[in-house]
Design a protein around this ligand. Sequence first.
Ligand SMILES: [Zn+2]
Length: 245
Amino acid sequence: MIKLERRPKPAYLSEAVVIELTQKFKNDGSSVWNHAQIKTPLLASSNEKCAFCECSLSDESKYMEVEHFRYKNLYKDSVVEWSNLLPSCKRCNIAKGVHDVVTDPLVNPYDVDPRHHLSFRLYQLRGKDKIGISTVDALDLNNSDRLVLRRFEVGEQVFRSVRVAADRLESYKNSTTAIRKNKLLNIVETILDECQPRAAYAATTATVALSDEEFLEVITQLRALDLWKDYLEEKLLAAQNIAFQ
Ligand SMILES: [Zn+2]
């Protein structure tokens, strides 16, 4: 989970439309939130990922669900309230189910940096306080098959790429050709790209990469060799912004 920025309320959700849709939901329970002008800006605000587990929703956007942070059948007046809606995968939506965030608060990544309440260890999220513990629990964020294993796989990919980067650094130091320099900078950029907010499971990759001593050493040496570039620095800062400590 990473901090997200809520987009401005879509023009579609005018006061009149909100009243009309809310009444319709109260009358017949219809899925009034299933509208492109609600779903599209929600998806864009989360980099087309589930706001909770960071799985990609772009390939199968039909599987994106509009999650009501305050449960829709308990808080019917918030059923199309913009600040109550999040883009979620089906599995997180089902896991959260009828959970009442008013009596048992959860992390809403649009309102708070998840790192205030959660930490990361051995590919598992740990609650640092009651809200964090409830969040992991209610959303099943340590489900071994769908999340812990997936985080482990992306973490392994980071380790493999870091190994390649370290080899390419040695290779460049042996012979400072332009080709070797470019290959070295490319693999470092590739690693950082996987740590950007738009990448699936970016909190995991950023945390793994930025706590990997070999990767940090590569960065240190690139700086010493005057090969570190502004575009890499920007990506490094973005990764630091979402990595768990
Ligand atoms: Zn999810």
